[in-house]
Design a protein around this ligand. Structure first.
Ligand code: ADP
Ligand code: MG
Length: 231
């Protein structure tokens, strides 16, 4: 089975009091397993909208999203939720961890939906947390962690179901530059190790420059900006 992503002619408009706001205008994107892509663009250019549509958290006005040979936007809600859980990991700007759950619980929470609540899951969660240097924090609550630590927990949670597609929406946006650098490197490294497809939206041109491919979202389309910083 194909293990790729194909975004075809994606359009998205929002109706506002000032009329229709056309955010995405025929956006295209193709990736295969192991590819990592950074997306930059001005605030309000539609980066989150694009990521949410690819992550099945929003619907386009028109266009197709094909993931691993399937067209999940056409699925009913339950099938879409299942697909999202199995194939997609999402990392938000502000971690979205559950405050009442421990670090370990937050990481294996997505497996409850996929019925994977076994000892395997627990050990995978522990391995992931060890991988990001949080072995000593398994039973802490998010409020007891630093911003960078919370974001590393969010990375582990996104990876627990071994997703094909890892989507990160400004994952380092709330972190100081040094912590942002380490979380950014970690994302790239782990996506590469697991041969996931990574799409990372970022404001940081420095971080974008470290991705093999870098697109700029401009006028609702993705424009190749790879090597744009090296002139
Ligand atoms: P970015 O992530 O690049 O900053 P967004 O994708 O969040 O941009 O938003 C793109 C534009 O779409 C913005 O102008 C935003 O105000 C508008 N927008 C986003 N969501 C909605 C919505 N649900 N209703 C109306 N307008 C929206
Ligand atoms: Mg955004």
């Amino acid at each position: 089975m194909s293990e790729s992503l194909s975004v075809q002619s994606l359009s998205k408009s929002f109706s506002t009091s000032a009329g229709d706001l056309e955010i995405l205008r025929g956006t295209n994107l193709s990736m295969t397993r192991g590819d990592s892509v950074a997306i930059t663009g001005p605030s309000g250019s539609g980066k989150s909208t694009l990521l949410y549509i690819i992550g099945l958290l929003d619907e386009p006005t028109s266009g197709e999203v094909e993931i691993a040979g399937e067209f999940p936007l056409k699925f009913d809600q339950a099938a879409q939720a299942r697909f999202r859980n199995q194939k997609i990991g999402f990392i938000f700007q502000d971690h979205h961890l559950l405050p009442q759950c421990t670090v370990l619980e937050n990481v294996f929470l997505p497996t409850l939906a996929t019925g994977g609540q076994d000892s395997d899951v627990q050990s995978r969660a522990e391995q992931l947390l060890e991988r990001v240097g949080l072995s000593q924090r398994l039973h802490h609550r998010p409020s007891q962690l630093s911003g960078g630590e919370r974001q590393r927990v969010a990375v582990c949670r996104a990876l627990i179901n071994q997703p094909l597609l890892l989507l990160a929406d400004e994952p380092t946006g709330n972190l100081d530059p040094k912590t942002a650098e380490s979380v950014g490197s970690l994302l790239l490294e782990i996506a590469n190790e697991q041969q996931a497809m990574l799409i990372c939206v970022t404001h940081s041109r420095e971080l974008a420059g470290r991705f093999p491919t870098h697109y700029e979202l401009s006028d609702g389309q993705l424009v190749d900006a790879t090597n744009a910083g090296i002139k």
